[in-house]
Design a protein around this ligand. Structure first.
Ligand SMILES: [Mg+2]
Length: 354
């Protein structure tokens, strides 16, 4: 915890921007990104040189205190990291690589200079990890909650571009890692926050997070799956791709709607991660609900030609095959041994009558 509290008023907007500029300029850039930046945080706008023969990607995400994050349990480093990663994940899901980011923040008076620097430290760490340049943005005051937003550009060659609309009946549905952990981690953070608020000695309060580190880390510091995306996006047998921000059921629906298909999810192929099992049991909830509906996973969900199942196992062994695309447009079913178990609807699922 940063104890020093320099008010933003005392350094002024330009003093704050200068500090932010130093943090952003400290991110080492690979030459292929650096050489495309004509001007970074130096003028009215950033000036970049677009690539020839490549498609440009642009994406933006906003995070509002009280809606998307809670400063009771979110460190400024984690907030900065996650802000950039949720945008980068969209670039990964298109098959692209990131180039430039602009960061916009609205800061209430409780936020100190040190806190802003810590947040940009998290942003810079994500920018370095995923090789992206921070070239500008805006800083402003907020009379209400803290709000942070990022816009990220990237590029992709036309043959690597993977859209939601490319799924075909018969395709196998794949996912890049474990699901449900982020939502389980959030549930634990909310439970510990409640314990903190109702504890008489707030200074002595110690949250009990140690048994849940995998889940809590996935929620606070998710990864963008370029490691998987860059191995598969160049393959013509990958037909459609999306990142899981809203939850497996919801994001699979996005693919089905855009591709005019349906889907079967094989309930026996949906792994329940150990900590999802533990946390769901402690909370008296159904672990499969975390896997199906938990958001903010930032794993990749994609469909491949049925003949490519062997290829995907070879190219990306961390991927699991969890279902099949069907011709039954808009209908997403949970199946076991090809027999329907449940129909997944928008916000939940209906049990089949026995
Ligand atoms: Mg997305």
């Amino acid at each position: 915890m940063n104890q020093k509290h320099t008010s933003i008023n005392s350094v002024g907007e330009f003093g704050l921007i200068e500090r932010i500029r130093k943090i952003c300029a400290s991110v080492p850039l690979p030459p292929e990104i650096g050489e495309k930046i004509v001007l970074g945080i130096d003028d009215d706008t950033a000036v970049v040189r677009p690539s020839e023969h490549l498609l440009q990607l642009v994406t933006s995400d906003i995070m509002v205190e009280g809606v998307h994050f809670d400063l009771t349990y979110t460190s400024m480093e984690h907030l900065g990291w996650k802000l950039l990663v949720v945008n980068l994940s969209d670039i990964a899901a298109m098959g692209g690589i990131p180039l430039h980011a602009v960061i916009t923040v609205a800061l209430p008076a409780k936020i100190s200079v040190e806190m802003v620097e810590a947040m940009y430290g998290g942003i810079a760490k994500a920018a370095e990890t995923y090789r992206c340049a921070i070239v500008g943005g805006d800083t402003n005051t907020s009379l209400g909650n803290m709000t942070v937003a990022a816009t990220v550009t990237g590029e992709v060659s036309e043959s690597w571009l993977k859209l939601r609309s490319g799924a075909q009946p018969g395709d196998r549905i794949c996912v890049s890692g474990d699901l449900g952990l982020s939502h389980a981690g959030l549930k634990i953070l909310l439970r510990e926050k409640e314990r903190y608020l109702s504890s008489p000695g707030k200074d002595e309060f110690k949250p009990n997070l140690t048994p849940y580190t995998v889940a809590v880390t996935k929620h606070l510091a998710p990864r963008a799956r370029f490691d998987v995306a860059q191995k598969i996006a160049g393959r013509e047998w990958v037909h459609a791709m999306i990142d899981i921000s809203d939850g497996l059921a919801s994001d699979l629906r996005h693919i089905c709607v855009r591709s005019r298909t349906g889907a079967h999810l094989d309930i026996d192929k949906l792994r329940i991660p150990e900590q999802v099992g533990t946390i769901a049991a402690e909370l008296g909830e159904e672990p499969m609900d975390f896997v199906l509906y938990g958001g903010e996973e930032y794993e990749l969900l994609f469909t491949v030609h049925p003949d490519a199942v062997g290829d995907i196992e070879q190219v990306a062994p961390e991927v699991s095959v969890i279902g099949t695309v069907t011709a039954d447009a808009g209908k997403i079913e949970l199946v076991r041994n090809n027999e329907p178990v449940k129909i997944l609807t928008g916000g939940g699922y209906d049990h089949f009558r026995k």
